[in-house]
Design a binder for this molecule. Structure first.
Ligand SMILES: Cc1cc2nc3c(=O)[nH]c(=O)nc-3n(C[C@H](O)[C@H](O)[C@H](O)COP(=O)(O)OP(=O)(O)OC[C@H]3O[C@@H](n4cnc5c(N)ncnc54)[C@H](O)[C@@H]3O)c2cc1C
Length: 288
């Protein structure tokens, strides 16, 4: 199908984009990389009369370190994340995750802000954001607010982002240099969304888990922390028994939708397996 007719706007600043959002209200939609929005428009699941392209707003681009935070403009593309020396050095988990998103063509245009704002349970950045302790800068005509990733994803395609707001920046506390990390993603083929995936960060003291964060992709209506699994690991050694127990607890919160990637039972089993793999790899990568 082809989309309904729409008017295209190309603002050059955040304030101009906010003005357009206010002017056109429910008729307006923000356009980032377009890799989720345009397919929805072609299927007429989304039928905006006004498309506000964020691509010409320089303020929304770039990656920098500021006061212990990695600050990433919402319009930064997946490839720009992968190529960033700063992120390779300071936040390799984000680079590992971005490399597993879609295919090179999609990664040239798809943006981190679009991936997070879209709220698709199959998108990879939400789980990464949860384990990295990220927060999001949301700007509206009434001003700016900063919301933690934990609690931002509230359901399928539902987030705390309000109509009239733009996500401008993603902030990630610089992970401790000896943190272990892993994003384990099962996909049917290159370029596919996750059948199941698990993001893990871990800090070890000797053989003992000091702190750990686990989040799951495509295991329910939105990305979610596996808190009971995390609790079961703190203060314990990371071995076959504790990893199996954590995977079992992670599986117990899964509520995936069956689709062409698998039925419910298979997806839950694979969420457990991805949790196991991510924990083992993250543990092996952690400094002691
Ligand atoms: C073949 C294919 C395979 C894919 N595989 C994966 C995958 O494996 N993993 C994965 O995570 N994703 C995957 N995607 C999705 C891809 O990563 C999209 O790029 C991403 O979901 C949306 O980012 P975008 O920049 O394209 O946003 P758009 O499609 O332009 O926008 C998506 C939604 O977010 C809103 N939005 C965008 N930016 C902002 C902002 N700054 N503030 C507020 N709202 C905003 C838009 O209004 C729209 O509603 C795939 C896409 C394709 C086409």
């Amino acid at each position: 199908m082809i989309p309904r007719e729409f008017e295209f706007h190309a603002p050059k600043s955040i304030s101009d984009a906010l003005g357009l959002l206010e002017q056109f209200g429910d008729e307006a939609k923000l356009l980032a990389g377009g890799h989720s929005l345009l397919p929805m428009m072609k299927l007429r699941f989304a039928q905006p009369g006004h498309l506000i392209d964020l691509g010409g707003i320089g303020e929304l681009k770039g990656i920098r370190e500021d006061g212990g935070m990695l600050c990433i403009g919402a319009m930064t593309t997946e490839n720009e994340i992968i190529w960033s020396k700063l992120l390779q050095d300071k936040c390799p988990l984000l680079v590992e995750g971005a490399r597993l998103i879609a295919d090179p063509q999609v990664r040239y245009r798809g943006t981190i802000g679009g991936d997070i704002s879209h709220g698709d349970p199959g998108n990879d950045h939400p789980a990464l954001m949860l384990v990295l302790g990220a927060s999001f800068v949301l700007e509206g005509s009434a001003g700016e607010r900063v919301v933690p990733a934990d609690g931002f994803f509230i359901g399928s395609y539902a987030t705390l982002l309000q109509p009239g707001e733009i996500m401008t920046e993603i902030r990630i506390p610089v992970p401790a240099p000896n943190s272990g990390y892993c994003y384990a993603k099962l996909k049917r083929k290159i370029g596919d969304f996750a059948t199941a995936a698990a993001a893990v960060t871990v800090r070890m003291q000797g053989e003992i888990v000091q702190d750990v964060a686990i989040a799951l992709t495509n295991a329910g209506p939105c990305a979610m922390r596996a808190r009971a699994a995390e609790d079961s690991l703190r203060g314990r050694a990371l071995n076959d028994a504790s990893v199996d127990e954590a995977a079992r607890l992670a599986m117990s919160i899964c509520d995936p939708s069956p689709d062409q990637r698998g039925d419910v039972e298979y997806k839950i089993a694979m969420s457990g397996e991805m949790t196991r793999r991510a924990l083992r790899t993250a543990g092996a990568r952690a400094g002691r």
